[in-house]
Write a protein that binds this ligand. Structure first.
Ligand code: ZN
Length: 134
């Protein structure tokens, strides 16, 4: 495993519009992209903190896993994403170490990244994502 850095932190919010003033006006970060990821039924907003991003996730449908997360746990940190050189290789490695996967193969995420999620059952309850930008 060769994790280079935390690529982003995913934070579930009910409304990006309502939360952006905190991140931009209070913390002084800058939102540089807002994007809807249709297959995940979320709207995402990205802010940079050094090499790491904060990804605000707003559900666009009641069916969204983010909507279900907020319903169950409230708004807050949803997942941590690690940058790896190759998502498929990283998945194979952790699977060989007994980690349960949500995504057996990488899929396309926001910003053109290849992403895959590991199951929280195997990650001390923190939903964990790998991403690369191959
Ligand atoms: Zn993510």
């Amino acid at each position: 495993m060769n994790i280079s850095h935390i690529e982003h932190l995913g934070i579930a919010v009910k409304s990006i519009e309502a939360c952006l003033p905190y991140y931009e006006q209070v913390l002084g970060l800058k939102c540089y992209n807002i994007e809807v990821v249709e297959d995940q039924k979320v709207k995402t907003a990205f802010l940079k903190v050094g090499q790491t991003k904060i990804e605000l996730l707003e559900p666009t449908s009641e069916e969204s896993t983010i909507a279900k997360f907020i319903e169950k746990k409230g708004e807050g940190i949803h997942h941590i994403a690690f940058a790896v050189p190759d998502v498929a290789e990283a998945l194979a490695e952790v699977e060989s170490k007994g980690v349960q996967l949500i995504d057996k193969v990488p899929r396309g995420g926001a910003e053109g990244l290849n992403i895959a999620f590991l199951h929280p059952k195997s990650t001390c309850s923190v939903l964990t994502e790998f991403c690369d930008n191959k």
